[in-house]
Write a protein that binds this ligand. Sequence first.
Ligand SMILES: Cc1cc2nc3c(=O)[nH]c(=O)nc-3n(C[C@H](O)[C@H](O)[C@H](O)COP(=O)(O)OP(=O)(O)OC[C@H]3O[C@@H](n4cnc5c(N)ncnc54)[C@H](O)[C@@H]3O)c2cc1C
Length: 403
Amino acid sequence: MTSSVLIVGGGLVGTSSAYFSAREGLNVTLLEQKSIGFGASGRNPGFVWLHCRNPGWALNVSKKGRALYDELRNDLPVPFEFRADGGLIYFHDERQAPIFKEFVAARQADGLDMTLLGNKEVRDLVGPIREDVVGASYCAEDAQINTPTVVAALAAGARAHGADLREGITVSKLIFSGGRIMGVETNEGNFFADKVVIASGAWTEKLMRASGLEVPIGRERLQVMATKPLPMQIKPVVYGPTAAKAYGLFRNLPSWDDALFRSKIEEESGYEMLTLASQRANGEILIGCPMDYPSEVDLFPTLDGLKAIADDIITDFPGLKKAGIDRVWAGVLPFTSDLVPVIDEIAPGLIMAAGHVFGNSAGPMTGKLISQLLTETEPEIDMTEVRWNRELDPVIPGATVHW
Ligand SMILES: Cc1cc2nc3c(=O)[nH]c(=O)nc-3n(C[C@H](O)[C@H](O)[C@H](O)COP(=O)(O)OP(=O)(O)OC[C@H]3O[C@@H](n4cnc5c(N)ncnc54)[C@H](O)[C@@H]3O)c2cc1C
């Protein structure tokens, strides 16, 4: 008999789990509370970012995930947007240069295709950037996706293999019998299956708590603006220097000096900024992002957050000062205290696939790993780091988290 699988959540992780599992012949039903891509996967600026991935599971899954996009482009029934133009973190203070030099050398030693760029090279790649930019770390292996198009393509692929993807169904509780998962309760009645996969991203802690399970997966909100379509002027995905302090790979360098990476705009706004810009094929430029840590998923951008984006981008990308703004939004990403997700069977038949900070590089690959778990096939990556039985710190709403 074909095993049946219920997947909770229609983001990158849920739709890729549905696609790969249905492709293996499993009987898949996916339940999404709103619409496919409603969560973080539909709201992010699309960095497929190997640049700052820690050695171990994070870098392994990201390298495999980056390569998987080539396969998916051939295999999925509808196209999605993917661009392999690399990624950079620019800096505009000479005192930051030795830190970037040390960072690039360390990443080269980790096997990444990285170089240090100078002013002209950065300005050639990023048209609207400030003229006094000093340089950038550049990773040729970084890439860009238009995330809603990827989620839609994975969903189409899952449906083409017979999966049933249902929208507008909220799972409120898990149903167990004798410690084994039997199904889920929803606003449209109970659903039963042999296995249940939890791919509910930043909503996971709340859903699991309703069933008496503590899963310490926190929430980080990021706010984004999208310009109207503009002529192509930003080729790679681009982070500003404020982003460096978000990453342990920078902060743990002997040359690191935190004070050099705190901006006046951060001081005034009270937000740590992940200054970024990426341009989609239709010409719109996504810019952001102030970060905070709500106690519940909160998808509203705030006036002070949007002001911080405007101030930050006008300072570092003067060429965008007059750009028309088409849309603003917020998204909430999930995280664990050790910054890799939980991908494991946490009770008989109940599989957790949540806590992805870097879902663009790890999400589709997670779906493949989930299908391997469901079909009891040896996973193609060592999964020790993402096991359930590791120590995770509790979530503290409001507390800043660095990656
Ligand atoms: C603004 C922003 C920028 C980001 N930038 C990047 C980036 O550049 N690169 C990168 O790799 N990552 C980035 N991320 C993180 C990335 O978006 C996530 O890692 C990824 O989307 C997680 O995918 P997911 O499927 O686990 O979660 P989600 O996409 O959030 O999907 C979870 C889904 O579950 C549904 N759901 C929740 N609870 C229930 C329930 N009870 N019943 C039914 N359905 C439910 C939700 O509606 C949602 O659609 C960013 C995130 C944000 C918000």
